[in-house]
Write a protein that binds this ligand. Structure first.
Ligand code: SF4
Length: 341
């Protein structure tokens, strides 16, 4: 049984052709899936009964409910989904007054193996399909209130480009959800094979996980630096036109004594010189069994001030959901018995 949810209009048209249906049937199906929130083919009442019956033999809508939700003292919610092959995938809903931001995953596990990341420590299981990525968005309790979507959950989204691209199309195109691309941010560790495609084929905002501007030190915490040095990523980004509405952010988890010294301030200024961007400092959610120590509030502020003095627009991300295993990958790792429950 194949799933309809997560298919692009073009793919739905191809399916309709195999049933000798006219192209407008595809538009009707897309509307039921993405605008009228149908969860069963039988609800698509403007399709003929015979077509619905035929279609239901091979396809279902294909929604999967979450299996667990943890709610933090500050209201942040962490969802867990279980997909086929016993893969567990996380999502987080963050609340800021009326604004709801959904953080979604693109892979089960991750190949990038960043040393500080619970998802990286799980290893890689598999890519998520566009059905599984979008299902997270559709199935959380806040579905109708989501204002922003960030691809900052499990996985490197550019390492699953085909499915992520389809997901972005369905989120942004008017036949489906019609999100502004500037309400979506894709976060990448700098996976160069598909960065240029992402920049030219979408208009979605970009966040690059930087965490250390010094190559020899970045290699220690982010093995991707060996294959795709941050200098090359920044070089590519400097060739791109950032004068429009599109935003570029560099994410920087601050580890006390490791990446918040004067040398890092100076190297960041050199690396990002001339690039219209923002640095977002992130407090570290301590992980069991790691050598990393999060910076204090004072230390974060002092690092921010030094970067601002160098002319680098720098902000500090508010820490949310500390009490519900906020670090991405922890909840799914517990479910898979990778870390003690
Ligand atoms: S930080 Fe992101 S890219 Fe690195 S291992 Fe974790 S999920 Fe993968």
């Amino acid at each position: 049984m194949e799933y309809l949810y997560g298919k692009t209009l073009k793919e739905i048209k191809e399916i309709c052709e195999t049933y000798n249906q006219k192209p407008f049937a595809a538009k009707q199906i897309a509307e039921w899936l993405y605008k009228k929130n149908a969860d069963d083919i039988s609800q698509m009442t403007n399709l003929s009964l015979s077509f619905r019956k035929e279609l239901s033999k091979d396809y279902s809508v294909g929604l999967t409910p979450f299996i667990k939700v943890l709610v933090s003292r500050d209201g942040t919610k962490k969802y867990l989904f279980q997909y086929k092959d016993n893969t567990f995938v996380e999502a987080v809903c963050i609340f800021d007054k009326e604004r709801v931001t959904l953080c979604i995953s693109s892979q089960a596990g991750c190949k990038m193996n960043c040393d500080f990341c619970a998802t990286g420590k799980q290893g890689f299981q598999r890519n998520l399909s566009s059905n599984e990525i979008l299902n997270i968005f559709r199935s959380v309790e806040e579905f109708n209130r989501i204002k922003n979507i960030v691809f900052m959950g499990m996985g490197e989204p550019l390492d699953n480009w085909q499915e992520v691209k389809k997901t972005l199309e369905i989120l942004c195109e008017s036949y489906a959800y019609g999100f502004s691309p500037h309400r979506i941010t894709l976060s990448s560790a700098g996976y160069l094979p598909f960065l240029n495609k992402f920049l030219t084929e979408t208009n979605v905002d970009l966040a690059i996980s930087l965490h250390n501007p010094i190559s020899s030190q970045r290699k220690d915490i982010m093995p991707i630096e060996k294959a795709y040095p941050i200098e090359q990523t920044v070089k590519l980004l400097k060739h791109f036109d950032w004068t429009g509405q599109r935003h570029l952010t560099f994410e920087y988890i601050v580890f006390e004594g490791l990446n918040n010294k004067s040398e890092h301030v100076n190297e960041l200024a050199k690396l990002l010189n001339g690039l219209p961007c923002r640095i977002n400092l992130i407090p570290f959610n301590t992980l069991p069994g790691t050598r990393y120590c999060g910076a204090s509030d004072g230390s974060m502020q002092s690092f921010k001030d030094k970067l601002n003095k160098k002319g680098l627009l720098t902000t500090i991300r508010a820490s949310k959901g500390q009490d519900i295993m906020a670090a991405c990958g922890l909840l799914s790792a517990k479910e898979r018995n990778i870390v003690p429950k």
